[in-house]
Write a protein that binds this ligand. Structure first.
Ligand SMILES: Nc1ncnc2c1ncn2[C@@H]1O[C@H](COP(=O)(O)OP(=O)(O)OP(=O)(O)O)[C@@H](O)[C@H]1O
Length: 233
């Protein structure tokens, strides 16, 4: 049996504020398995991004533990956490954050160049991924020459370029119309299933959530599993 790529164990997150402390995560437990797409839903302000930031090792939970590949990472030196983040975690956001002066291929190749690939090898890998995302004829287009859905697929290719073990996405289709959202999600779904990356995706899009393997709602700081076809927060 494979083990979870990502686990949260009794994770809490409290923000200190002048108006009083705000606890948004209150004992969250979650495992995401290789090749699994887990949806995270909940109203605005319910703590979805807070959980993704903890999962991405961008922030420490206030208490509890994050495990990566079964190993607790909370006490690791910052350098080791950064290494895991760069080598093993891919991020996709609502806005694509592609570099405007680079074409699609070089945007995807960039993390590979940073990881030490030669330009030729990085481009080959970028072309392979872009082809998988049905963007073979858009390799040399700059972001401004791409549609919103195409840009978001380039952002997904970039997030997966390093072959991460965990993909974290915060409203990856939040900026797109329903038809384009569906296309982008299908591309992401196919890549998760072919690469075996574990995916945790925060979304307000209940239609997309219905296509994920498991869906959890954040409610009053707690995770509640929802039937995937449920249309309710
Ligand atoms: N750095 C911070 N300091 C204080 N409060 C914060 C901080 N970050 C987030 N919060 C608060 O924590 C709550 C949860 O925020 P979070 O961004 O995790 O919610 P979310 O579910 O992702 O919302 P959305 O769907 O709008 O993106 C919000 O009320 C927010 O205002």
């Amino acid at each position: 049996m494979s083990k979870p790529v990502f686990s949260a164990r009794d994770v809490t997150r409290t923000y200190k504020a002048e108006a009083g402390d705000l606890t948004v995560l209150k004992g969250v437990n979650l495992d995401v398995m290789p090749g699994e797409i887990v949806g995270l839903i909940g109203p605005s302000g319910s703590g979805k991004s807070s959980l993704l930031h903890a999962a991405g090792l961008l922030e420490h939970p206030s208490s509890g533990e994050i495990l990566f590949d079964g190993e607790p990472v909370g006490a690791l030196p910052e350098r080791a956490r950064t290494h895991i983040r760069l080598a093993s975690i891919g991020f996709v956001y609502q806005f694509h954050h592609l570099l405007p002066e680079f074409d699609a291929r070089d945007n995807v190749a960039l993390p590979l160049r940073i990881a030490g690939y030669s330009q030729a090898d990085a481009r080959v890998r970028a072309e392979e991924l872009l082809a998988q995302l049905k963007l073979a004829d858009r390799m040399t287009h700059q972001p401004a020459q791409l549609s919103g859905g195409e840009r978001q697929r380039v952002a997904i290719a970039r997030a997966l370029a390093n072959r991460p073990r965990l993909l974290l996405a915060d409203e990856p289709t939040g900026n797109l119309d329903p038809g384009t959202s569906q296309t982008v999600f299908e591309a992401l779904h196919d890549l998760v299933k072919t690469t075996g990356v574990a995916a945790l995706i925060a979304t307000h899009n209940m239609e997309l959530a219905g296509h994920m393997d498991r869906v959890f709602a954040l409610k009053d700081g707690h995770l509640e599993e929802r039937p995937a076809e449920s249309q309710e927060y």
